[in-house]
Design a protein around this ligand. Structure first.
Ligand code: TRP
Length: 453
C-alpha cells in the first residue's frame, strides 16, 4: 500500500504537534501528580526525568525510525524486518496493551469531560458522589469513547492533526495561571518543598519501576503508538529534533501540573498520596476559591479533555492501523470494532471507584481496585517490558546500522558519534536497566537472592 492511501502528516509542525498530542495528556496532568504524590515527591521527579532521557528518548527514536522505515502498524513493522519467527508477538502485545490502556484511560477522560460541566454550572457534587454514580460514569465514558472513535474515523490529517494543532499550545498558559494562584495560598511552601527538595531515602525498587512506567506512559512508548505515528512521517523529517521537542514539551507540562497541584495540596492540609483522585479533588477546590476560577476552571477542564482526546486517539489508532494493514479491514469497521471491545473492557474499571464492591476491592489483589490493577499491569509493567523488547528488536534484529541509516535520512549529522552513542544505549543500557528494574520491583530478584544465599 502506498504511503498516501494510508495518509501522512501534512507538515513537520503537524507531526510534532500530533506526536505531542499523543504524548501530552492525562499522563502528565492526572497521572504524573498522583504517582509523584504517592512515591515521595521531588526524588521521584528526578528519577522520572532520568528515566525519560536515559531510557525513554532512545526508545522513542527507535520506535519512530521503525515506523517510518516500514510505514506500518507495530505488527506490520516487525514483520517487515522479521517476516517469520516469534517477534511478531511483540507487535500483538503492543496492540493488546493499547486496547487495555484505552479502556481505563477513557474513564478518566470521561471524568474530565464531566468536570467541565461541574465547574461551569458550579455543581457542588463531591468526587466521591461523582465517581460512585454508575449511570453518570458510564454515560461520560460512552460519550468520550464516541468522540475518540469520531476523530480516528476521520483519518490522519482531517482528524488527528487538526485537533492537535489548534489546542496543544494553550495548555501551558492555563497551568501557569493556576500555579500563580496556588502559590499565594497559605502553607503552599510546604508543597513546594515536597515537590522540589528530594529525599532519596524514599526511593525503592517499586518507585523505580513506577518512574520508569511513567516515563513510558507519558511519552506513549512501549506499545508501538510512536511506531504507528512514525509510519505517517515523511523521509525528510528530523526524527531526533521532533522527538526531543515532544519529550521536552511533555516534561514541561508535567512539571507545571505538579506545581499547580502540590502547593495547593499542602495548603489545604490534604495528603499528596490520595491516588488517582488527587487532581480531581484538589483542582476544583482551587477553582472555587480563586478569582476568575469559574472561567479558568472551565477552560482548564476543556483543554484537559482535549489533551486526553488527542492521546486516546493514538491509543485507538494502534489497533485500528493493525486491522487496516494486516487484516485488510476498512477504517470504518476497524474503528467501530476496536471501540466496541474497548467499551466492554472498560466497564469493570468504571465500577472500580465504589460503585461495585468487588471491582473496587479485588479480593485477590490486596484490596486494589480493578482500575488500579489495570493501570499497574499495563501502565507500569507492560509498557517498560514492551519497550525493552522493542529496544532489543531494533538494536539486535534490525541492527543499529540500519536503524541509524533511517534516522540519518532526515539528519545527516546523526551518523558517527550520535549513532554510536544511541546504538550503545539501545543495545545494552535500555534492555539491561529495564530488566533489572523489573526483576527487582516484582520481587523476583529478592526471591532468587534468597535461594542463592
Ligand atoms: N501519553 C499519553 C498521556 O500521557 C497516553 C498515551 C497515549 C499512551 N498513547 C499511549 C500511553 C501509548 C502509552 C502508550 O496521557
Amino acid at each position: 500500500m502506498s504511503t498516501d492511501s494510508r495518509g501522512s502528516w501534512g507538515s513537520r509542525f503537524g507531526f510534532v504537534l500530533a506526536a505531542a498530542g499523543s504524548a501530552v495528556g492525562l499522563g502528565h496532568i492526572w497521572r504524573f501528580p498522583y504517582v509523584t504524590g504517592e512515591h515521595g515527591g521531588a526524588a521521584f521527579v528526578l528519577l522520572y526525568i532520568l528515566c525519560v532521557f536515559l531510557i525513554g528518548v532512545p526508545i522513542l527514536f527507535a520506535e519512530l525510525a521503525l515506523g517510518r522505515h516500514s510505514h506500518k502498524n507495530p505488527v506490520g513493522a516487525i514483520k517487515a524486518i522479521a517476516p517469520v519467527g516469534t517477534w511478531k508477538y511483540l507487535g500483538y502485545l503492543g496492540v493488546a496493551t493499547g486496547l487495555c490502556i484505552l479502556s481505563y484511560y477513557t474513564l478518566i477522560a470521561g471524568w474530565t469531560f464531566g468536570y467541565i460541566f461541574k465547574t461551569l454550572m458550579q455543581n457542588p457534587i463531591t468526587f466521591q458522589e461523582f465517581s460512585t454514580n454508575s449511570l453518570l460514569n458510564s454515560t461520560l465514558y460512552v460519550i468520550f469513547l464516541l468522540m475518540t472513535i469520531g476523530v480516528v474515523y476521520g483519518g490522519v490529517q482531517g482528524g488527528i492533526e487538526r485537533w492537535s494543532k489548534i489546542l496543544m499550545p494553550v495548555l501551558p498558559l492555563i497551568l501557569i495561571f493556576i500555579i500563580v494562584y496556588s502559590l499565594t495560598l497559605e502553607g503552599a511552601i510546604e508543597g513546594v518543598r515536597f515537590y522540589l527538595r528530594p529525599d532519596f531515602s524514599l526511593i525503592t525498587g517499586e518507585t523505580v519501576m513506577i518512574a520508569l512506567g511513567q516515563a513510558f506512559f507519558a511519552n506513549s512508548l512501549g506499545m508501538g503508538a510512536m511506531i504507528t505515528y512514525g509510519s505517517y512521517l515523511k523521509k525528510q523529517e528530523n526524527i531526533i529534533v521532533s522527538g526531543v521537542t515532544v519529550v521536552v514539551f511533555g516534561i514541561l507540562i508535567s512539571f507545571l501540573a505538579g506545581f499547580a497541584v502540590f502547593p495547593a495540596v499542602f495548603a489545604m492540609g490534604q495528603s499528596p498520596a490520595a491516588g488517582p483522585e488527587l487532581v480531581f479533588v484538589i483542582l476544583p477546590t482551587i477553582f472555587e476559591m480563586m478569582p476568575g476560577g469559574l472561567l479558568i476552571g472551565t477552560l482548564f477542564f476543556i483543554l484537559l479533555a482535549i489533551a486526553a482526546l488527542t492521546s486516546a486517539i493514538s491509543l485507538l489508532e494502534v489497533p485500528v492501523a493493525f486491522l487496516i494493514d494486516e487484516k485488510k479491514v476498512s477504517r470504518r469497521i476497524a474503528t467501530w470494532l476496536v471501540g466496541g471491545v474497548t467499551l466492554l473492557f472498560g466497564i469493570p474499571s468504571a465500577l472500580s471507584f465504589g460503585a461495585s464492591e468487588f471491582f473496587s476491592n479485588l479480593p485477590f489483589w490486596e484490596g486494589q481496585s480493578f482500575f488500579g490493577m489495570m493501570d499497574y499491569i499495563f501502565g507500569s509493567v507492560a509498557l517498560p517490558l514492551g519497550g525493552m523488547m522493542f529496544s532489543i528488536f531494533v538494536a539486535w534484529r534490525w541492527k543499529v546500522a540500519n536503524a541509524s541509516q533511517e534516522i540519518a535520512l532526515g539528519n545527516e549529522k546523526f551518523m558517527g558519534f550520535q549513532s554510536k552513542l544511541w546504538g550503545a544505549i539501545l543495545s545494552y543500557l535500555c534492555p539491561l536497566v529495564i530488566f533489572v528494574v523489573f526483576l527487582y520491583s516484582t520481587g523476583i530478584l529478592n526471591w532468587v537472592s534468597g535461594i542463592v544465599r
